[in-house]
Ligand binder design. Structure first.
Ligand code: GLA
Length: 392
């Protein structure tokens, strides 16, 4: 009898275990299926040293699609609907990895360790001078010769309730591109259910260093880049911008906007004053300046730092950020030498960037003059920017 009972108990146990296992497997399968419908991964080629690169396709519950590669964290394409529901790509870029590796004017990438310029490729920290690459005339630009836009990031996709994310991590070694300290960086792209491309940045150094991370998407809301961006209407919620010298380093003068070509307090056609006689427009060859955002605005992220509207497609984009500045760059250095997706040749001002960031050249400013970009060892840098898409 004892023997018989033991057999029955083992049978019950085996059946229970197998049904749990089946449930577990079913749940796992469900999760994988859910993940597969919102995030897909494909091999996307390799770098010259053989490192493999992947392309992730993120889809939100409304059908917006972002393709992101772990090479440079580049947003390769971003499909959003026009006012008739037609899905088209709203960012400039290439179709293949090789083209990005060969010559990329920062299309869609993560920029770091320091976005924008540092004068003469040099700064001093605690009495020590750090020398960086001079990759923009006599200045340092966007993290140097091999910035975060050219490295391979470790990528882990994630999904939740109609949203899809890509977690990208990278450890920048001490003295990489001349910057002190190992820096652990994490950037999370999320295509939210509210039709936003949300980017959160985190970084922790083990030595005192400077950090200023941004995203360098070139937007063109016409869809598949049909013409230049001069008819886009832009607003920037700001009362002042930083004047620059001939090499685009801020002079330190904060200039008011009233009535000037730099006044975007109300939505304005970008092309309307871009060619007017103005020393600052001459220096930038158009707009390539940092506008200041108020701390009340960046603390709540409720007021957009900028809005962009393209009247023919009806596409409307809002930018929200925790950063104190936004660099509006009107694509002045696109000169027809970049042949992008669909064979479209990007001419002068065929894309525009709204790069949320701390101010250019802050490492060379006296302390407390501008919001600091210093991050202390073990402390946590974080920053959030949202590009929200709608139609009007
Ligand atoms: C930034 C700069 C521009 C230009 C582009 C890249 O936006 O401010 O001057 O260097 O990057 O071409």
């Amino acid at each position: 009898m004892k023997f018989f009972n033991a057999i029955i108990s083992s049978l019950i146990l085996a059946l229970t275990l197998s049904s749990c296992k089946q449930e577990g497997t079913a749940e796992k399968k469900n999760q994988t299926a859910k993940m597969n419908s919102l995030v897909q991964k494909q091999a996307w080629g390799q770098l010259a040293d053989g490192s493999p690169v992947d392309l992730y396709t993120l889809t939100n519950k409304n059908g917006l699609v972002a393709q992101i590669t772990n090479y440079g964290g580049i947003v390769v394409s971003l499909m959003t609907p026009d006012r008739n529901g037609k899905m088209e790509d709203v960012v400039l870029g290439y179709e293949t990895l090789d083209e990005y590796v060969r010559d990329n004017p920062y299309f869609g990438c993560i920029v770091g360790r320091y976005g924008n310029r540092i004068a003469k490729g040099q700064f001093e920290l605690d009495g020590k001078t750090y020398n960086l690459a001079k990759n923009n005339g006599e200045n340092h630009l966007h993290g140097g010769l091999k910035g975060f836009d050219k490295v391979i990031w470790e990528a882990v996709p994630d999904t939740s309730e109609g949203e899809a994310s890509l977690n990208l991590t990278y450890v920048s070694p001490d003295m990489e591109e001349g910057y002190p300290g190992n820096l652990e960086v994490r950037v999370v792209y999320t295509l939210t259910k509210n039709n936003e491309l949300k980017i959160t940045y985190f970084a922790t150094p083990d030595k005192k260093t400077h950090v200023n991370l941004t995203h360098h998407g070139y937007f063109n809301l016409t869809g598949n880049a049909q013409r230049d961006i001069l008819d886009h209407q832009l607003s920037i919620t700001s009362n002042g911008f930083l004047e620059v010298d001939a090499s685009l380093i801020p002079t330190g003068s904060l200039t008011g906007l009233n009535g000037s070509p730099f006044d975007f307090k109300k939505p304005k056609r970008i092309g309307i004053e871009i060619n007017t006689e103005h020393e600052q427009l001459k220096r930038g060859q158009g707009y390539d300046h940092c506008w200041l955002l108020s701390s009340s605005q960046t603390a709540s992220m409720k007021v957009p730092a900028a809005t962009l509207y393209e009247p023919v497609s009806g596409r409307y984009m809002e930018v929200f950020t925790t950063e104190p500045g936004i660099q509006f760059y009107s694509g002045n250095f696109l000169d027809g030498k970049y042949k992008g997706k669909g064979g479209v040749v990007y001419q002068d001002r065929w894309g525009l960037c709204l790069e949320t960031q701390h101010f250019p050249d802050t490492p060379n400013r006296s302390q407390n003059e501008w919001p600091s970009t210093i991050v202390m060892p073990g402390s946590h840098y974080s920053s959030t920017t949202v590009y929200k898409f709608a139609v009007k």
